[in-house]
Design a protein around this ligand. Sequence first.
Ligand SMILES: N#Cc1c(-c2ccc3ccn(Cc4ccncc4)c3c2)n[nH]c1N
Length: 238
Amino acid sequence: MKFEVLTIFPEIIECYIKHGVLGKALNKGIVEVKVYNLRDFTSDKHKKVDDYPYGGGAGMVMQIEPFYNAIMHLKADEKPRKLVLLSPQGRKFTQKLAQKFMEESKAMVLICGRYEGIDERVKAFVDEEVSIGDYVLSGGELAALVIIDSVVRLIPGALGDELSAVEDSFMKGFLDYPHYTRPEDFKGMKVPEVLLSGDHKKIALWRKRQALKNTLKNRPDLLKNLSPEDMRILKELC
Ligand SMILES: N#Cc1c(-c2ccc3ccn(Cc4ccncc4)c3c2)n[nH]c1N
């Protein structure tokens, strides 16, 4: 899968993608990430990308021309790609949308604005407008990285044999269970006995109960379409 990112801060993307799961997927050739500096698609000597908003108001707005020139440059190879604009006004990005992007797109262009946003006319050239959540960021780059990271985790082979995105929370419809590792006793804070028991059936039940308990407490909105067994466990918790 190929990601092409349009931004005025390429170093934000370039720094992050070298590490972790993404770095390994890049080294394996499962994923390709190309970053384009929008300033390279300007036509003035100052590489200007923003201007004052028509109608007045605070801040600056990013001009359409660099976005248009960059998108036309990418489209010149006539290969299919999904163009996604990151924006506070976008549809909510969820695990389900990450799965859809992974299944449907061989290539994605992630368009990152800054300042108070970008000229509305850019939207005529994009397929999706996406927001990663109900909070205000300073630009689209972090959102682009969230999308890249969550989509790459879903690509078969990206996590390596020992891990699987299927086990990820949200994939199962509820939050994850608690995790523990050595030491067994840290300043009197002990690992739950059940996890030391070696009884895999008991451990699995304990983990399911804890996951449902966490979900009931922090994200009851996720508790839909539970299996009858999970519903039984949940009722015990209430
Ligand atoms: N995805 C996503 C986002 C953004 C986001 C995305 C792109 C841009 C470009 C510019 N800004 C700054 C800005 C613009 C307008 N209003 C407030 C701040 C952005 C924010 N904020 N919060 C999210 N969940």
